[in-house]
Design a protein around this ligand. Structure first.
Ligand code: GUN
Length: 301
């Protein structure tokens, strides 16, 4: 058996098309333009790339988009003042403060200052609590797990995962824990595994749905994959690739991709799997926030 490849680029493009169409309708019928503010502090090159592409995608969707670029020396108080100003700004539906922040700024404090109804990252305690208690209608769901669920629904051809066993490897607040809650809400039987878990390969071999979000290159091996399983690889790791020339590197996931093609029923590649979905779901969350403001139903994906 050879796995079918779950095309995240194609699915992200479909999500963005739906967002763009719904944005045009919202503007025409309700005179509401979704607005997103992205805040970046300092010059981390990877963060700059992410922030630029968020701004570009937002503009393509027809959003009002603003990027606030602050110097690395910005004080915590100055950043909190900006967040509070954006909380009050009627043109802004979604606020995203790019992480990581410089060491002298308390990330938790900044996240908890974002108004929960503009927290399109889904990191505020209110949104975390809503997701954990099954209030998925009014929560903002973190973008990477939300995008992973869109891919899973498409790969499995259903929204109800009753009877399926899911194993999530990784217990981060950004991916592992929200993924657990989303899978549970979809009626899967879920186990969350981490660095202290015993017999990880055996546990993974039970999984009809295997989600890897540990940040360790190719840790999940091909023989950990149950025949026919759906494999969602959230990892994006840059590793040396001397075979491509001196000093060259390449991106790999948390799953040994080539090995896993044998057993998996379907699998996300890296790059081109979960990655493109994250930004698409950020746009979907921002549209959702604007739809709530306008009192209309947001699309589902
Ligand atoms: N940095 C890396 N991923 C993310 C994310 O999903 N949200 C924010 N705010 N910062 C990030």
């Amino acid at each position: 058996m050879s796995a079918s490849i779950i095309d995240g680029k194609e699915t992200a493009a479909e999500v963005l098309e739906t967002v763009t169409e719904a944005t045009a309708r919202l503007a025409a019928e309700k005179n509401v333009i979704p607005g997103i503010a992205v805040v970046i502090v300092g010059e981390d090159p990877a963060s700059q790339v992410y922030v630029r592409s968020k701004g570009k995608k937002a503009a393509e969707c027809g959003f009002h988009s603003e990027t606030h670029t602050l110097p690395a020396e910005t004080s915590e108080a100055e950043l909190l003042t900006l967040v509070e100003k954006l909380n009050e700004d009627a043109a802004i539906d979604g606020i995203l403060v790019q992480l990581p922040l410089p060491d002298h700024i308390d990330e938790g404090k900044v996240i908890q200052t974002i108004a929960p109804d503009k927290d399109v990252d889904g990191f505020h305690f209110i949104n975390v609590g809503k997701l954990g208690t099954g209030e998925t209608e009014t929560a903002f769901v973190p973008c990477t797990p939300a995008g992973s669920m869109v891919l899973l629904r498409k790969a499995l051809g259903k929204t109800d995962f009753s009877g399926l066993t899911a194993v999530v490897v990784g217990r981060s607040n950004i991916v592992g824990k929200p993924m657990l809650n989303l899978l549970l809400a979809a009626n899967a039987t879920v186990t969350i595994a981490h660095s202290r878990t015993k017999n990880l390969p055996e546990l993974c071999r039970q999984a009809d749905i295997l989600v890897a979000a540990v940040g360790r290159p190719e840790m999940v091996r091909g023989d950990w994959v149950k025949p026919g399983a759906v494999v969602i690889d959230v990892g994006i790791n840059r590793i040396d690739a001397p075979e491509k020339g001196e000093g060259k590197s390449r991106l790999v996931g948390d799953v040994a991709y080539d090995e896993s093609l044998e057993n998996a029923g379907s699998i996300t590649p890296v790059p081109g799997g979960v990655g493109p979905m994250t930004i698409a779901m950020l746009m979907a969350n921002t549209l959702e926030s604007a739809c709530r403001r306008a009192g209309v139903k947001a699309p589902t994906y």
